[in-house]
Every structure is written in structure tokens, then in C-alpha cells.
Design a binder for this molecule. Structure first.
Ligand SMILES: [Zn+2]
Length: 503
């Protein structure tokens, strides 16, 4: 029985309640998730937030929804103080370029490209679903400038000597997401608001900063400069998802000012709700402490997953993914090394199960079906938990019940094996860590048809590896999609790419 979108419930920051998804187009979820600023390696807290978006997409697909998923790359305009209302501070990209690690880059563009490539690589390693569109701020300058012009024309923005500002008093319901409504509250939450004598209201924030000395600058009707960080997400979300879409996700640190400002920019132009559902992931700590470089607990997947002989920790991406999704997104999460080791143990149990099932399946598909019911119940309970506000601890426990049921079964019949493999594929599709692909290419039959398929797949994989090495991500994604259409699923790891047939 297909599940209804109404039964997929998520906490909505806008209303403060857990609510069913309400889709503009029944059966089609359109969502935007704020991506990283590419001035450094993304850390595990960033990835925990990206994983929330990933799990929303996976759950939506599991109940039969079509999804359009957009997640951006911020490569311009994000200042060090941008967690305050109207930011001052240094440009994050410039600061990174001038740091010790930045010395190897010839310019800020090369730095942005490097961290974007690493981000995409980590994204694939951690088995996050590739967004349908991954727009970059620097490639949407025209749209951003046009939006500022419209805001000026409609009286929602004004120009000063230094900048174009959004006029907060021009939008009566400003503050509805964060509750930061008036100047006094703002002052309490904001340490440093840009001092510009010409600003009409302290809450006003910059849409465009005039700066002909900036490392990344564009020509605009107001001279050389660059856009404010908040603008890009409003503009790109509306460009790819329409004026009004279903769901917007991000880390809880983005509620104010970033998401509040996104709403202000969009809704003052369209007079429609920008996004109906706002989903925010709570923060992450490491071993009970705030992650910081000086504490030595600043963990980035790029280093955790790199092989030991390349200076990394050699952590299995599937284990890291499992550890990161095992905390409920609505609660602050304490990430520990013990937890990571435990997750690696659980991943091994899934892999052993897959191996056993593949061996048993080699003997045919006959025999008694001892496990069908337990595995169906496990998957159903796991999916139900995900539909209940992405309750991952409960979903993972339900999945583990399936593992236990198989482990208790001494001898797997052919029918059992088929059930187990089918169940593993479904669990993997929903939660993304049950990497069951290991060595499946060898077990794929030996008929000539299978042989021809294997040859085609291998050669496409080689071409994709080459495309990735040459950073031709578009071609690499195309090949993945081609293989997907052939019913082939890829799994990337440090050892290379393996494949399996989708069940
Ligand atoms: Zn954003």
C-alpha cells in the first residue's frame, strides 16, 4: 500500500510544531538545502546537516514521492561575521586564501574550486544523494543583480554610499521564523552590526556591498562589488524550485539571520510563502565539547576517511555515515570515537549478512521462506520511524531487528537469501549505510548476457573514474545516471568503485 505524503511528518521551525508535509503539487516534493561555503573542508557537523536533507529525500522517495532537490555551493560573499544580522568582518574566502593552508592556491577561484571538488568527493563517499541542481553563487550573479533591482523598484531596498540594503521595516512580518522582531531583541542577539551612518534601520542588511578592492567582484548598476550572502539562496531557490516551494533545510545556526533574510527578500517580491516547511538540524559536539581547531577535536570527513598511509584515519565511510545519522536531528548530538567504532561493528554485521545471503542465493531461490515476515516488519517499522520526524535512532533499531532475525537463522534457504538481499537493498536505499555491494560484481552470473553487461558496466565505470579524476563532474554524473537507468548501482570507496544490480 503506498504511503501518503500526509503521513510524512517533520518539525516545522516556522510553526514550532511537527506537521505533515503539505506539497504544492501532490506527489512531488520540492526542496532546498543550504550547502557549504567552500573556503575549507566541510566538517562532520556540516555533514550531519547535509545528511538530514539526504534522509528527507530518501524517505520521500521510499513513500513514492517524486523529488526535486537543490543544494547550493556558496563561493562568494560569506563574511566571518555573517552569523550576525548585517555582517561586517572579513570575507571567508579571502581569509582562507591568506591563511597558511591557502598559500598553495594561486587565487581565490582556485581555492573555491579545490574545496568544491573535495566536498563533492566526500559527498559521494558518504553516499549522499546528489542534488538535482547544485547551483553556485558566483554563477548566478545576473539573477542576483536583477533581484536587487526589483527590490529597489518596489521600495524594499535602498542605496547608500557603501551598499544596497534591504529595508526590514518594509516587510511587516519580518522575524516570523526566528522570532527576532524588534531592534532590542536584535541587539541582544547581535554583537556587531555594520556601522553605516546612512543605514535607515539597524536591522537592515546588505544585498550588495560596493567594493572595488574585493578579491571577487562583479560590475553592477551600482559599480563594482559583490552580493550579500543571504541573497544567493533566495534567488537560486526560486530559480530552480519556483516562487513558493515545499521545504527548506539547513543547520540551526542558519535560522537567524540567514533564513530570516532569505524569507524577507523572497516574500517581499512574490507575496507568497517562500518555503512552507523549515527543517533545522541541531548542533553537534565532539566528545562533549564544541568542535574547535584549538581543542584538537575538529573533525573533517576528508581526513577521517583518507587512507592511513595518506595521513588520514582510514575510517570506513559507511561507518562514519551511520555514526552521523544515529543521533536524532532534533537533538544536539555528541559524536564520540567510541560511537564511530560501534558503528563500524554494525556495518560489518550488515556486510556479513549480505555475504551469507549471496552465498545462499547461489544455490537457487527455493526452500522455505522463514524470514520474509520479520524482514518486512523490520523495514516497515524503519520507514514508519523515518516518516515520524526522521526518528533515526528508532529507524536504525528497527533495521537492526532485521539483522538479528537473520543472524538467528542457522541455515538460509534460497528463498530466505532472496528476501535478505531484497531487504538489505531497501534498507540501504532508505538509510544509505548498509553498503552491501562488496564483491557483488563477481557473483553476478556467468551467462553470456551477464558477461556482456559486466563488460559494459566495467568500461563505463572506468570512463567515470577518468572523468572524476579530470574533475569532469557533469560527465561522471551522467555516467552514474546511465548506469542507474541500466539497473546498476555504484558504490565508491577508497579502494575504488564497485557495482551491483539493483533488486
Ligand atoms: Zn542558504
Amino acid at each position: 500500500m503506498p504511503k501518503q505524503e500526509k503521513s510524512f511528518r517533520l518539525f516545522n521551525t516556522l510553526t514550532g510544531k511537527v506537521e505533515p508535509l503539505q506539497l504544492n503539487d501532490p506527489g512531488h516534493l520540492r526542496m532546498y538545502s543550504c550547502g557549504p561555503t567552500v573556503y575549507a573542508f566541510a566538517h562532520i557537523g556540516n555533514f550531519r546537516t547535509f545528511l538530514t536533507a539526504d534522509l528527507i529525500v530518501r524517505t520521500a522517495r521510499a513513500i513514492g514521492l517524486k523529488t526535486t532537490y537543490v543544494s547550493n555551493i556558496t563561493d562568494v560573499g560569506h563574511l566571518t561575521e555573517d552569523d550576525m544580522a548585517d555582517a561586517g568582518g572579513e570575507d571567508r574566502m579571502k581569509k582562507a586564501l591568506l591563511s597558511a593552508e591557502g598559500q598553495r592556491f594561486p587565487n581565490v577561484w582556485a581555492l573555491a574550486d579545490f574545496y568544491t571538488d573535495v566536498l563533492r568527493e566526500n559527498w559521494h563517499q558518504l553516499n549522499l544523494i546528489e542534488p538535482d541542481v547544485r547551483p553556485r553563487a558566483s554563477q548566478h550573479m545576473r539573477e542576483q543583480i536583477l533581484t536587487i533591482e526589483k527590490l529597489l523598484d518596489t521600495g524594499h531596498a535602498y542605496e547608500t554610499e557603501n551598499a544596497i540594503y534591504f529595508s526590514v521595516p518594509s516587510l511587516p512580518d519580518y522575524g516570523k521564523l526566528s522570532g527576532n522582531v524588534n531592534e532590542d531583541q536584535l541587539e541582544a542577539g547581535v554583537r556587531d552590526v555594520v556601522i553605516d551612518e546612512e543605514k535607515r534601520d539597524r536591522r537592515d542588511f546588505a544585498l550588495w556591498k560596493k567594493d572595488d578592492k574585493h578579491l571577487m567582484q562583479w560590475y553592477s548598476p551600482w559599480g563594482w562589488g559583490f552580493p550579500g550572502w543571504h541573497l544567493e539562496c533566495s534567488v537560486m531557490a526560486m530559480q530552480y524550485l519556483g516562487d513558493s516551494f515545499d521545504l527548506h533545510a539547513g543547520g540551526e545556526d542558519l535560522i537567524f539571520p540567514h533564513h530570516e533574510c532569505e524569507i524577507a527578500q523572497a516574500e517581499s517580491l512574490t507575496h507568497k510563502p517562500f518555503a512552507k516547511h523549515w527543517v533545522h538540524t541541531r548542533f553537534l559536539q565532539v566528545e562533549g565539547k564544541k568542535m574547535s581547531k584549538s581543542e584538537g577535536n575538529y573533525l573533517v570527513p576528508e581526513r577521517l576517511m583518507a587512507p592511513v598511509d595518506e595521513g588520514g584515519e582510514g575510517i570506513d565511510p559507511a561507518a562514519l555515515r551511520l555514526a552521523l545519522i544515529s543521533g536524532y536531528y532534533r537533538k544536539p548530538y555528541n559524536f564520540t570515537m567510541k560511537h564511530l567504532r560501534d558503528s563500524a561493528g554494525i556495518v560489518s554485521r550488515y556486510r556479513r549478512l549480505a555475504e551469507r545471503a549471496r552465498e545462499a542465493a547461489d544455490g537457487g531461490t527455493n526452500g522455505a521462506d522463514q524470514l520474509g515476515r520479520a524482514l518486512d516488519e523490520s523495514y516497515e517499522a524503519s520507514l514508519e520511524a523515518m516518516m515520524d520526524n526522521l526518528n533515526t535512532p528508532k529507524a536504525l533499531a528497527a533495521a537492526l531487528d532485521g539483522v538479528k532475525a537473520v543472524e538467528k537463522t542457522k541455515s538460509l534457504s534460497g528463498a530466505d537469501a532472496t528476501r535478505v538481499l531484497d531487504w538489505l537493498t531497501k534498507i540501504d536505499r532508505l538509510l544509505g549505510f548498509a553498503d552491501v555491494s562488496t564483491a557483488t560484481s563477481e557473483t553476478d552470473g556467468d551467462s553470456s548476457e551477464d558477461g556482456a553487461l559486466a563488460e559494459t558496466v566495467e568500461s563505463l565505470i572506468q570512463e567515470r573514474t577518468a572523468a572524476r579524476a579530470g574533475k569532469n563532474w557533469a560527465r561522471a554524473d551522467e555516467i552514474r545516471a546511465e548506469l542507474d537507468a541500466m539497473g546498476v548501482e555504484l558504490q565508491d570507496s577508497a579502494e575504488g568503485t564497485t557495482w551491483k544490480r539493483k533488486m
